[in-house]
Ligand binder design. Structure first.
Ligand SMILES: *[C@@H]1O[C@H](CO)[C@@H](O)[C@H](O)[C@H]1NC(C)=O
Length: 203
């Protein structure tokens, strides 16, 4: 005999499988990895909503708790020197490749994604991306904690970000980080991609 708990779990798994099957086409690399990560994300979303609806904690409180375990320190490794600094009151974590250190390098300004309620550059997925990009591209990656630095959002945050990029793009500032001013790109994911798109269309 199947207990009601087992039945619920089966229905839940079947619904999840159906959801993932309908959401994804097989036309990308490592489909199982992506499905697994998506599955975990869905579980978190559902748990956060359930906890909020039960009045136990707010949606974002839950995210803050589960992401606490993924906060990293600015730690250098065999390939990359990682440091933090402040530019215009915005905390910036930057990644400098150790090889060819005598030459000016390409520069990449990276705006991470995620909600300002919990996302920061120190979180493992953003940190991993920045570190790998620096290593693979042999580029200095400068990743501002732009969401945390501004108490207000929309216009104020936009002005802060825009001023930050202008300060950073000064040739003397770039030289301080070993960046060749003729080879700088700006990139971002999700919320950071919106910022990137807006910046690149600014006069
Ligand atoms: C350092 O770089 C090499 C070559 O890209 C790579 O194989 C190695 O895993 C890197 N080390 C770390 C700690 O990321």
């Amino acid at each position: 005999m199947m207990g009601p708990k087992a039945l619920c779990l089966m229905i839940f798994c079947a619904l999840m499988a159906w959801h993932m099957h309908t959401t994804f086409s097989a036309d990308y690399e490592e489909p199982w990895k992506i499905m697994f990560i998506h599955f975990l994300e869905k579980i978190c979303e559902i748990t956060a909503s359930v906890l909020e609806n039960l009045g136990i904690m707010s949606y974002w409180e839950f995210y803050n708790i589960i992401t606490k375990g993924y906060i990293t320190q600015p730690t250098s490794d065999e390939n990359i020197t990682v440091k933090e600094t402040k530019i215009n009151d915005i905390l910036v974590r930057y990644y400098v490749p150790k090889r060819n250190s005598h030459k000016l390098k390409r520069g990449m300004i990276y705006f991470h994604g995620g909600s300002p309620k919990f996302a920061k550059i120190a979180l493992l997925p953003y940190e991993t991306f920045a570190r790998r990009a620096a290593n693979r591209l042999d580029a200095v990656v400068l990743a501002p904690d732009y969401q945390q630095s501004s108490k207000y959002h929309s216009q104020t945050q936009w002005n802060d970000v825009s001023d930050f990029v202008k300060s950073l793009l000064h040739p003397e500032t770039l030289a301080k980080y070993g960046v060749d001013p003729t080879r700088v790109c700006i990139t971002g994911d999700s919320a950071g991609a919106t910022i990137t798109a807006a910046l690149t269309q600014q006069e």
